[in-house]
Design a binder for this molecule. Structure first.
Ligand SMILES: NC(=O)c1ccc[n+]([C@@H]2O[C@H](COP(=O)([O-])OP(=O)(O)OC[C@H]3O[C@@H](n4cnc5c(N)ncnc54)[C@H](O)[C@@H]3O)[C@@H](O)[C@H]2O)c1
Length: 269
């Protein structure tokens, strides 16, 4: 395909049914609107129904397609019912984006079992069993695409994120297993690792004088990313333009892993 005039076609999500968890959240809501704008038929899932309906309304008011579904991915039994409902209504799921996730920042020694179980339950177990249930349908049609929202913490650890980081490292490993086991069924899987993205939940960190300074020094671009800056890669991975990409994790981090802000060095410029 000559790219020039076909750029839109290359990244088009027309006729793709896209299940997006965490669609009411800071990153999820922006992805929901952006993917719908690229033609995706959005199946929006979350536990926060008021903001989710608001996202759905904005998409529909814009002339795009979306519908809200209540899904608590910690409730494994409800996952099968949800997937069956989507298949009955839409006939297929082309793309699953596992974006729902939570964090609770506390020291390793302070983590209680209930916190551990909740983070593991949402960030890992829920993703595992939702992906398993969706993959059963993708396998039948020998076509599918899964995108997992991992994190910078999968590789570069901040203090106070032991359980969160473990879930995101494991999610990256799950992504590789999905890619390896399901390639034979035409399914590919990738992970996105956002760095420090500013959302309503992380605004408090970015307004904190010491923490924001600490973070800026570790990001070459010296600023947080925005949810909009996660959208482009997500559209690409969801579209057929990335048809030979599978099993990898892609970072969007403003040069954080690369080394952050350089130390003082002599330069003549
Ligand atoms: N914001 C960042 O800087 C950042 C960085 C790296 C990775 N991430 C990851 O990106 C994803 C989205 O993060 P965000 O910043 O938009 O967070 P967010 O809290 O704004 O959104 C998360 C969404 O998940 C939903 N959710 C929580 N528990 C759920 C459950 N049991 N079932 C279904 N939905 C549930 C919440 O209601 C919320 O709408 C998460 O997986 C997060 O770990 C975020």
């Amino acid at each position: 395909m000559a790219v020039g005039k076909n750029l839109e076609k290359l990244f088009s999500l027309e006729n793709k049914v896209i299940v997006l968890t965490g669609a009411a959240g800071g990153i999820g809501s922006v992805l929901a609107k952006g993917l719908a704008g690229a033609g995706g038929d959005m199946v929006l899932c979350d536990v926060a129904m008021d903001p989710l309906h608001q996202v759905e309304k904005e998409i529909v008011d814009n002339g795009d397609r979306a519908k809200s579904f209540e899904l608590d991915i910690m409730n494994i039994e409800s996952i099968k019912t949800f997937v069956d409902t989507v298949i009955a209504e839409y006939g297929k799921i082309d793309v699953l984006i596992n974006c729902a996730g939570i964090n609770k920042r506390e020291g390793f020694l302070d983590v209680e079992e209930s916190t551990y179980d909740k983070l593991m339950g949402i960030n890992l177990k829920g993703v595992f069993f939702l992906s398993q249930e969706v993959a059963k349908h993708m396998i039948k049609v020998k076509r599918g695409n899964i995108i997992n929202m991992s994190s910078h913490n999968a590789v570069g650890m901040l203090g106070g994120c032991s359980v969160y980081g473990a879930t995101k490292s494991a999610l990256t490993a799950l992504t590789r297993s999905m890619a390896v086991e399901w390639a034979q069924y035409g399914i590919r899987a990738n992970a996105i690792a956002p760095g420090h993205i500013i959302t309503p939940l992380t605004t408090v960190t970015w307004e904190h004088p010491e923490r924001s300074q600490y973070l800026k020094e570790r990001i070459a671009m010296e600023r947080p990313g925005t949810p909009e800056e996660v959208l482009g890669l997500t559209v690409m991975l969801a579209s057929d333009s990335s048809s030979y990409m599978s099993g990898m994790m892609y970072h969007i981090d403003g040069g954080c892993l690369a080394g952050g802000k350089p130390w003082p060095y002599d330069t003549k410029y």
